[in-house]
Design a protein around this ligand. Structure first.
Ligand code: C2E
Ligand code: MG
Ligand code: MG
Ligand code: MG
Length: 279
């Protein structure tokens, strides 16, 4: 009997697997078309100086403007784009469009000369031969000064690339482009590796920030990450600041920058222009 049940379970499992595989293939094919037709848009979330609440820059976040589903968030397609290699052409577009857009804002709003654009880069993209050269070409083509670009790589991607990452990041930083480690605290960094990565910024994962006011351990962890960053000469951006209380706590911990719904959701480009025009 147990055996029969076991078999039954396998049959259901197989069917689910089949459905999932078909859905994945559909998404993959649609992604291909989407990239061809440029059905993607970038949203921009302000990054704030927590001391004076001024805007120091924006993080670009991609959305898929799907012909039937409407705007689809990155968590639903970035993993598939990474598995299929489609992240390479998609990421290339994201990098180019982010730099073009930031340069446009710098020209139009000259009182905001020191703004940065943070661009998320997948490890798959980063390890492509010639990636540092593509970054250079992108800056030349768009006219964006290299000091205005910061690339974000997740902690787990960095750790999986190990020594290779050091060489690639060195080549990027030679061009005065900055590097931030994204989702810091979730990637099981070996501290002995961390200090060898040539980076400028740690971004504290929002899971720690969201738990700040509820959970005393979270506050200790955030405090420790900020001290670690400062000891290594890095600056810190806290993600996921949703309340005034998060902001106050982070300020008392000497966290210099942050982003989150408390300040602004990610915005389409025209709304950013409105914001910069007023500020
Ligand atoms: P991320 O780089 O860590 O980006 C932060 C995510 O947190 C964004 O989600 C943002 O909308 C969300 N967020 C910002 N403030 C708050 C807040 O106060 N509370 C909460 N709960 N969430 C907040 P989004 O846009 O859905 O992006 C998810 C992830 O997708 C990003 O995480 C990044 O890893 C990836 N991603 C987005 N755009 C790109 C891209 O162009 N290339 C690559 N490779 N990955 C991307
Ligand atoms: Mg990011
Ligand atoms: Mg993050
Ligand atoms: Mg994330």
């Amino acid at each position: 009997r147990a055996k029969a049940m076991g078999k039954g379970c396998y049959a259901i499992f197989d069917e689910d697997m089949h459905t999932m595989a078909v859905q994945r293939l559909d998404i993959e094919n649609e992604l291909r078309k989407g990239i061809k037709h440029r059905d993607f848009v970038l949203y921009y979330q302000p990054i704030i100086n927590l001391t004076d609440q001024s805007i120091i820059g924006f993080e670009s976040l991609v959305r898929w403007n799907h012909p039937r589903k409407g705007l689809v968030g990155p968590d639903e397609f970035i993993p598939i784009a990474e598995e299929t290699g489609l992240i390479v052409p998609l990421g290339e577009w994201v990098l180019f469009e982010s730099c073009r857009q930031m340069n446009d804002w710098l020209q139009r709003f000259p009182s905001h000369q020191e703004m940065l654009i943070h661009v998320n880069v997948s490890g798959i993209q980063l390890k492509q031969a010639g990636f540092p050269d593509r970054v250079r070409t992108c800056l030349q083509t768009t006219g964006l000064p290299s000091r205005c670009l910061k690339l974000e790589i997740t902690e787990s991607m960095l750790m999986s690339l190990e020594d290779r990452a050091v060489t690639i990041l060195d080549a990027i930083r030679k061009q005065h482009v900055q590097i931030g480690i994204d989702d810091f605290g979730t990637g099981y960094s070996s501290l002995s590796y961390l200090h060898r990565f040539p980076v400028d910024t740690l971004k504290i994962d929002r899971s720690f920030v969201l738990g700040l006011d509820k959970n005393n351990d979270n506050a200790k962890i955030v405090k420790a990450i900020i001290s670690l960053a400062h000891a290594l000469g890095l600056n810190v951006v806290a993600e996921g600041i949703e309340t005034a209380r998060h902001l106050t706590m982070l300020g008392s911990m000497r966290c210099e920058y942050g982003q989150g719904y408390h300040f602004s959701h990610p915005l389409p480009a025209h709304q950013v222009a409105g914001m910069l025009g007023r500020a």
